[in-house]
Design a protein around this ligand. Sequence first.
Ligand code: BEZ
Length: 160
Amino acid sequence: MTISIGDKVPSATLYRMGDGGPEAITTDEIFKGKKVAIFGVPGAFTPTCSAQHLPGFVSNADALKAKGIDSIVCLAVNDAFVMGAWGKDQNVGDKVMLVADGSADFTKAAGLELDLVSRGLGLRCQRFSMVVNDGKVESINIDGAGTFEETSAESMLGSL
Ligand code: BEZ
């Protein structure tokens, strides 16, 4: 079942690229005591994700923080090496934390899977955005396959 408003986000260990390689970070560390904007994409370096979704959160990071967001997280079912390279390519700096859900543990527990096996991409996550306050979902949006509208940074800004 897909996670919804009022639910607690699932517990999982995610990975981000550090100076010396992939570093584990738990969902507790990401969400506890913070208001977090998290968005998920079907894949790093894919066209919509690179041209619109991630850049929108980078350019609106300050505006989101001015509206009470403490941190912004981008999640994909990719490995930490790929996420690290994507973050560098997109010049995210410290505006957005890119996290790898390489084994899709968070994605599956949240019911946000996207089956792209027939396209050679395996199991990925749907394009989603959520505002999570101290581990509880305050809002969630999901864009259907091939669409990009509800989950943008601009849309989130308008709803805060
Ligand atoms: C997308 O950007 O929406 C997308 C990327 C890869 C596979 C499917 C969808």
